[in-house]
Design a protein around this ligand. Structure first.
Ligand SMILES: [Zn+2]
Length: 355
């Protein structure tokens, strides 16, 4: 699916992708969603004589298909379908969103079989740190699934330390499906696609700044409750859109664009610490917030920033004003969500019900 877009105010490809990523990985091409649900075969019509046996076979096949369908649904949804009672081995593991795709953030909710002093997990070569929520007697940990992740079943390897100091562990298999992302073809002036030597030097310096900023994250949870949209406005471009600039694949849109005029107040999506507030070549004036547990939100192309590095902010607090600075074709707000080096779909994060 490819559609030509009117060249309105939007990002013209902020350089937030690792360089290796720019060589069009084949896994990211937009495809029809994987057929996860088995189809019940039709056509074995129940015709006149001698069809009783066939009828029974058909009934058995239908029953089998229905059971398979129910099993697959339950597996895809994790355990949120069965909130009551303990899961296998006394562990109850739930997650949001119920159906996971590549590019999605995920929050795991774990009720272990014993009182724990700490809980962590391994997930796709990442470490997840969990925080205990006394209100729900459960542990919560935010994680993500990179866009490059192939549809498959992945293990969530949990490790808990009991209050008596012994270690308990549990592995839960989690299904990941293929997300649906669009493609757009954009034609831009050459100066946008081929930076000058001076611009390249600036980009190289920015890279060092960003690497340093992203290293300074704190695993301690700072986010509290639901993430909220930073502006009240229409979404002008979604996450995951593949962009072809002047016929060449150049970037994947790694955030969510809001159509806002210059000077619109932009607020923090959740509580956190300011890691960076300043200008970068592609991002323009930007604010990077650390919400703990490896989760960051980024606010790009601002006309003005209202916070400084090190500031603690509350969810909903004004952090800047929207603009069109950096590599943008006009005023808009680009919101990005980053978890342990992986860009995730902000729209999904904004829909999670969090304690
Ligand atoms: Zn954008």
């Amino acid at each position: 699916m490819s559609r030509k877009m009117a060249f309105s105010a939007r990002c013209s490809g902020e350089d937030v992708l690792p360089a290796a990523f720019l060589s069009a990985p084949p896994t990211l091409r937009h495809r029809a969603p994987a057929a996860a649900e088995p189809r019940i075969r039709e056509g074995e019509g129940i015709s006149s004589a001698g069809s009783r046996r066939r009828y029974h076979r058909l009934t058995a096949a239908l029953l089998l298909a229905m059971v398979t369908l129910a099993t697959l649904r339950a597996a895809a949804a994790g355990s949120p379908a069965a909130p009551s009672g303990k899961g296998v081995g006394g562990w109850t593991i739930q997650w949001q969103p119920a159906s996971l795709v590549n590019g999605a953030p995920v929050v795991f909710q774990v009720a272990p079989p014993a009182r724990l002093s700490g809980l962590s997990a391994k997930w796709m070569q990442h470490d997840i740190s969990f925080t205990y929520d006394p209100a729900t007697h459960a542990w919560y940990g935010i994680a993500g699934i990179s866009l490059e992740t192939r549809p498959a079943t992945y293990p969530l390897e949990l490790k808990g330390i009991t209050s008596k100091g012994s270690e308990i562990s549990f592995v839960r298999k989690v299904a990941v499906r293929r997300g649906k992302y669009a493609s757009v073809a954009v034609t831009v002036a050459q100066r946008y696609t081929e930076p000058s030597a001076e611009q390249l030097e600036r980009i190289r310096q920015d890279k060092t700044v960003k690497q340093d900023v992203f290293r300074r994250t704190d695993s301690e949870r700072e986010w509290l409750g639901k993430f909220r949209p930073p502006v009240d406005a229409r979404v002008s471009d979604v996450f995951g859109t593949r962009r072809t600039f002047n016929g060449k694949f150049q970037s994947m849109h790694q955030g969510l664009d809001y159509a806002v005029p210059q000077g619109t107040p932009v607020s923090a999506a959740n509580a956190g610490t300011v890691l960076l507030a300043g200008p970068l070549y592609f991002e323009g004036n930007c604010v990077v917030l650390d919400h703990g547990q490896g989760l960051l939100t980024l606010y790009l192309h601002l006309s003005e920033t209202k916070v400084k590095a090190g500031d603690k902010v509350k969810g909903g607090q004004e952090i800047g004003l929207s603009g069109g600075t950096g590599r943008a074709t006009g005023p808009h707000l680009h919101l990005a969500v980053r978890w342990q080096g992986v860009y995730l779909n902000p729209a999904t994060l904004l829909n999670l019900k969090l304690p």
